[in-house]
Design a protein around this ligand. Structure first.
Ligand code: ZN
Length: 283
């Protein structure tokens, strides 16, 4: 499912200007007694969520940003039964993962959203950059035309997609966002180097996720895939996109709607995240 990209800062500025202009206009119109009926609705972008959750003993520990995919006017995929949307299941899993991580006390946690709101991909990645996050984990539910497709997949950032399906998924999630092109300058060569490091750290994290998940819930045959996801590229930290299973498959839908099954997934994710943070801290 697609998400449109917006320059939220610019829009916020423009919206604020529009509100001020509208208020002045309204006051003026009011004073002159004319056209007080007109509606002045201005869409203001939602405030992004920078709340950091953590147990007292986790003070100063690395921050992991959990990103429940989709939200608000972007529902993501609809389940095969038609009863549930991707955006609701990603939020449920994200809250469970946050609560697990906070309870375990080894990292601190932030969420890009903790309610049903629309966020652009840049809004999501900006949370990780603002908080100088150690890691960014985007949660999604897969969907495919083949009703038999099932199991979880972990995607890490790469310039080259591992196969056509991965490329297709990234294009769909990117919703028309363009990759930042390198212009060959020293600045861009330095950022290319940083990006190389970010990509290899993301691949390590994805491998740990697969490792902790194996045998505990259904995985796709080749569960670690690569693709160029805009939201991962912009996160400025090791970042993965986790597709918890296919809500286009009847069995996976039942499992993903079950809190007991999601608890298994959340625990595997929490353990992989903690292992990865600990491994990185040793370097
Ligand atoms: Zn999605």
């Amino acid at each position: 499912m697609t998400e449109t990209i917006s320059r939220s800062g610019a829009i916020a500025g423009a919206a604020a200007t529009a509100i001020v202009a509208a208020a002045l206009l309204f006051a003026f119109a009011g004073r002159s007694g004319a056209a007080a009926q007109s509606t002045l609705t201005v869409r203001v972008p939602p405030a992004v969520n920078d709340t950091v959750y953590g147990a007292p003993e986790a003070r100063g520990r690395p921050i992991v940003v959990i990103d429940p995919g989709h939200g608000g006017r972007d529902p993501g995929a609809t389940s095969v039964s038609g009863q549930v949307s991707e955006k609701d299941l990603t939020l449920a899993l994200a809250r469970e993962l946050r609560d697990d991580l906070v309870k375990r006390g080894r990292v601190r946690v932030a969420m890009t959203r903790d309610d049903d709101r629309y966020l652009s991909l840049d809004d999501r990645a900006a949370v990780a950059r603002r908080l100088d996050a150690a890691m960014f984990v985007s949660l999604h539910m897969d969907s495919a035309p083949n009703p038999l497709a099932r199991g979880a997949t972990v995607y890490s950032l790469s310039d080259v997609a591992s196969d056509e399906e991965a490329a297709h998924l990234a294009a769909s999630e990117n919703g028309g966002a363009m990759a930042d092109a390198s212009d060959g300058s020293v600045q861009s060569m330095l950022s290319d180097l940083a990006m190389e490091g970010q990509m290899s750290a993301s691949a390590d994290l994805a491998a740990r996720l697969v490792d902790k998940s194996a045998g505990r819930f259904e995985l796709r045959p080749n569960p670690h895939q690569f693709a160029s996801f805009h939201v991962l590229r912009r996160a400025g930290a090791p970042a993965v996109l986790f597709e918890a299973g296919y809500i286009s498959n009847a069995d996976d839908e039942v499992l993903l709607r079950s809190p007991e099954q999601r608890a298994k997934i959340a625990l595997a994710l929490a353990q992989a995240i903690e292992t990865d943070v600990a491994a990185r801290a040793r370097h």
